[in-house]
Design a protein around this ligand. Structure first.
Ligand code: GLY
Length: 422
């Protein structure tokens, strides 16, 4: 089976590593990729938001399966075009991808499926902002305001704050640039990223993971695309995991079928375990980054065959995925000033070590690997438990040099020390 992966992050690097282990995968291509993925697959420079270009490339590399990583091509309908060309595609249709691309659609689907989620309100004019802020956040009962850019924003459009001025200024800034704002009630409790491979009504859950969205240790500073992750979650009881699968993801998958837009691909439920049980923070229509780097490091089942089964309507026959024992931790090395405008173009030393997945990297004409984005590398460590996996990841990070770069030092620390309680 020849597989074409679309995307350029550490998530796609992790997908390639796992696909390469599948004995049925005989060829790998990626577009556009990065300096790390170029070592694993034939790399092609195409505009991944162009359905025409992706289909042309899939034909050129004679792909049997196309796996689309990022949300933007999915929301634009690239998976529909690949399928229309007669090529199997792991990724939802444009209509099903609205579960991520349209917050209003996601709320409608969740309401119809009877799934617990935050209450929300869309504000599209400054005139009603203050009254809306008064209806959300303290003292109305919530400990914080949640203010979201109502577009795809790579995780960086969200501000969660107990400071009304900060909430107001983020919302007003978005409104001034003509973008609607979503205010949500705050869901209090530890967060879980639950990835499920979905083919219409069939749902195959993967190991639960947790990511770290804030830039600094102790969850300080602004939100990012994700600074680290770990899997599995030793503090998550089995019955809560089953509740998330059976009472949240399965009803949403069934509701999408009912609406005539069955989901094929990776349905990602971002959940908070509140005092009332799990509740949905958001749904995404693709693998999460950086959780994928940790989850796939533990997968023993053949990933190519799993994704092909979902893409061809035979997922129900695949069975449950197998996992290696132990834990995986990934820590993101970010460029100076990230999540603001990152410093780029610096030479990275140690970027080719084992366990180092690439995101914002490029190979310069002289052969050096240089930084080219905000999240530069994702270092993955595995071990018998989270303590061992942390030690492995942070050990590799010590050997990497990138001027001005930064990373969190507390990824998976609270879980490793047994400090997360429901
Ligand atoms: N881990 C957050 C995301 O992928 O959106």
């Amino acid at each position: 089976m020849r597989v074409l992966v679309i995307g350029s992050g550490a998530r796609e690097h992790a997908l390639l590593l796992a696909l390469r282990k599948d004995p049925k995968v005989t060829g790998l291509a990626i577009a556009p990729g990065n300096a790390g993925t170029a070592r694993l697959a034939d790399q092609h420079d195409v505009d991944v938001a162009s359905a025409e270009d992706v289909v042309a490339l899939a034909r050129e590399v004679r792909a049997d399966l196309v796996v689309i990583g990022p949300e933007v091509p999915l929301v634009l309908g690239v998976a529909d075009a690949v399928r229309a060309a007669g090529i199997a595609c792991f990724g939802p249709s444009r209509d099903a991808a609205r579960i991520e691309g349209s917050k209003a659609f996601a709320k409608e689907v969740m309401a119809a499926a009877g799934v617990r989620t935050a209450t929300s309100e869309t504000v599209d004019t400054p005139a009603v902002l203050d009254a809306a802020l008064d209806r959300f956040g303290p003292p109305a009962g919530d400990p914080a305001w949640v203010v979201k850019d109502d577009r795809l924003a790579a995780g960086k459009g969200v501000v969660v704050t107990s400071d009304r001025d900060v909430a107001r200024s983020h919302a007003a800034g978005l409104l001034e640039s003509g973008h609607p704002v979503l205010l949500e009630s705050y869901l209090d409790g530890p967060e879980v990223s639950l990835f499920c491979v979905v083919d219409g009504p069939t749902v195959v859950p993967l190991l639960p993971a947790q990511d770290f969205k804030r830039v600094g240790d102790g969850d300080a500073g602004p939100n990012t695309g994700g600074m680290g992750a770990y899997a599995p979650l030793p503090w998550l009881p089995g019955d809560v995991y089953s509740e998330m699968v059976d009472h949240i993801v399965k009803p949403v998958a069934a509701e999408l079928v009912r609406r005539g837009c069955p989901f094929t691909g990776l349905l990602y439920a971002g959940l908070a375990i509140t005092a009332k049980g799990p509740a949905v923070v958001e749904f995404n229509c693709r693998f999460g980054d950086p959780e994928t780097q940790a989850v796939l490091a533990l997968l023993e089942s053949p990933l190519g065959q799993l994704l092909y089964a979902a893409a061809t309507g035979t997922l129900a026959d695949f069975g449950e995925p197998r996992w290696r024992d132990g834990a995986a931790v990934t820590v993101v090395l970010a460029a100076e000033n990230y999540p603001g405008r990152p410093r780029v173009g610096d030479v990275i030393a140690g970027a080719e070590a084992e366990g180092v997945l690439h995101a914002g990297t490029a190979r310069r004409a002289d052969g050096e690997i240089v930084s080219s984005g905000g999240r530069v590398l994702s270092v993955v460590g595995t071990g018998d438990d989270l303590t061992a996996a942390r030690a492995a990841a942070y050990g590799v990070l010590r050997s990497i040099r990138l001027p001005g770069s930064h990373f969190r030092r507390d990824i998976a620390l609270a879980a490793a020390e047994g400090r997360i309680h429901l």
